[in-house]
Design a protein around this ligand. Structure first.
Ligand SMILES: Cc1cc2nc3c(=O)[nH]c(=O)nc-3n(C[C@H](O)[C@H](O)[C@H](O)COP(=O)(O)OP(=O)(O)OC[C@H]3O[C@@H](n4cnc5c(N)ncnc54)[C@H](O)[C@@H]3O)c2cc1C
Length: 385
């Protein structure tokens, strides 16, 4: 196996929040996303549009908006449920190959709410998740129970929830270990290669990079995140993949941040303890071109949203400010399976949940490639839909 990769620093898999939470892994198009989207003109909104909308964003928006209904969201949830059910099992298999050290927490995820109505909405969502066939265990907490579990939360937190049987990882460490596993298993990683064209012939697939290098293979799997559409389109993939950019930064151990994975859904802020005792803080959904310059104000927006929910935080301590692109599809489902060419397969479009679902969908795709039979779990994820 040869991995051809341009640069991992801008990969979503590096800068994400590291929650492996199938209980939360619901499709993006839903009425709440639409309501948040209507506030894009406010700089404090967690949903933003940056730059001049291009044709990809317009194609995405015209498909995404009609899907933001309860009925269509529930339909998509049922389609992704078979993947969510096996997501953590696939991670356990990866652990056994060498990524286990990147798992920082197997404790329940703590969710903090300022308003009991938001807790109620989350519980309703969880009931739909359970009805879709994904078992989830959760406990509702009072304000004092929430704060006794996580004393860094402020008096603004009026109630909470524990979501059991999930986990969180240190994403950069996970990538390092995964890379080592690939090399240990005899794979090659060709870094710094920007693939600009794929040519299929009777002999195989040739990936040509911008510097003229050509990598030859029997088959190719296109797994290029938010940059999927330009390469995949020629192989029949019509669904646009849109960059939903997220922002994250690092707070040092002395910053008095939560020591367990803590999610503030109303503020759309995620706090993730890293392996070295620091905390990664992430948020924002900004629709833009993947290479659009990052907006430094977004880091302040995240900090300002989280601040009232935390006791005392010196936000000036933040470092490692990062921005990267979630590969979002308009129907909220990944694109995994065969393309028009029998030599080219697709693995992408996991949106907000690629860390959680990626190993499961990759394993199913590997089985499809090896046997020629598409597994039933991938039926709804057909990239040619
Ligand atoms: C702020 C944030 C928080 C998130 N939190 C979570 C979370 O808690 N849990 C979760 O499950 N998911 C989370 N996600 C989503 C998750 O990170 C993504 O779904 C996942 O990482 C996508 O993986 P990918 O491999 O498809 O894309 P990427 O990780 O972006 O990788 C794509 C790779 O392809 C390379 N590439 C692209 N085009 C080319 C080309 N032409 N030639 C060569 N190389 C190319 C890129 O350089 C990159 O290395 C989050 C995302 C963000 C941004």
């Amino acid at each position: 196996m040869t991995v051809v990769d341009r640069d991992t620093d801008d990969a979503a898999s590096w800068g994400n929040a590291g929650y492996l939470t199938p209980g939360f892994a619901v499709p993006l198009p839903e009425p709440a996303a639409l309501r948040a989207g209507l506030k894009v003109l406010s700089p404090a909104s967690p949903v933003q549009v940056s730059g001049i909308p291009d044709t990809n964003l317009l194609r995405f928006a015209t498909r995404f908006l009609p899907r933001c209904s309860h009925r269509r969201w529930d339909h998509a949830l049922r389609a992704i449920s078979p993947i969510n059910r096996i997501a953590l099992q696939a991670h356990e298999e990866l652990d056994a190959t060498g990524t286990a050290a990147a798992v920082v927490h197997r404790d329940p995820i703590l969710v903090g709410f300022r308003d009991s109505a938001d807790l109620k909405a989350k519980l309703t969502e969880l009931r739909h998740v359970v009805a879709s066939g994904m078992p989830v265990r959760s406990d509702v907490l009072t304000a004092s129970e929430t704060r006794s579990l996580e004393p860094t939360l402020s008096a603004e937190v009026s109630c909470g929830m524990l979501l059991h049987d999930q986990r969180s990882i240190d994403p950069p460490m996970f990538l390092r270990l995964l890379r080592k596993t690939v090399l240990d298993e005899g794979g090659r990683i060709l870094a710094g290669q920007d693939v600009v064209a794929l040519n299929v012939s009777g002999r195989g697939v040739a990936a040509r990079s911008a510097d003229g290098a050509v990598t030859q293979a029997d088959i190719a799997v296109l797994a290029c995140g938010a940059w999927l559409s330009p390469l995949a389109r020629q192989f029949g993939v019509r669904q646009p993949v849109q960059a939903g950019r997220g922002y994250s930064f690092r707070m040092p151990p002395e910053a008095n941040m939560p020591t367990r994975p803590t999610y503030l859904p109303t503020q759309r802020v995620v706090c993730t303890p890293l392996a070295d005792g620091a905390t990664r803080v992430s948020g924002i959904m900004e629709f833009a071109r993947p290479n659009h310059p990052q907006n430094p104000d977004r880091f302040t927006t995240i900090a300002a949203a989280a601040d009232p929910m935390l006791s005392t935080v010196d936000w000036t301590l933040r470092t490692e400010e990062w921005c990267g692109s979630r590969p979002c599809t308009a129907d909220g489902l990944p694109l995994v399976g065969a393309s028009h060419s029998e030599r080219v397969f697709v693995h992408g479009g996991h949106g907000m949940w690629g860390m959680t679902q990626g190993p499961a969908t990759a394993k199913l795709l590997a089985r499809q490639i090896a046997t020629g039979n598409p597994p039933s779990e991938l039926a709804a994820l057909n990239p040619l839909r």
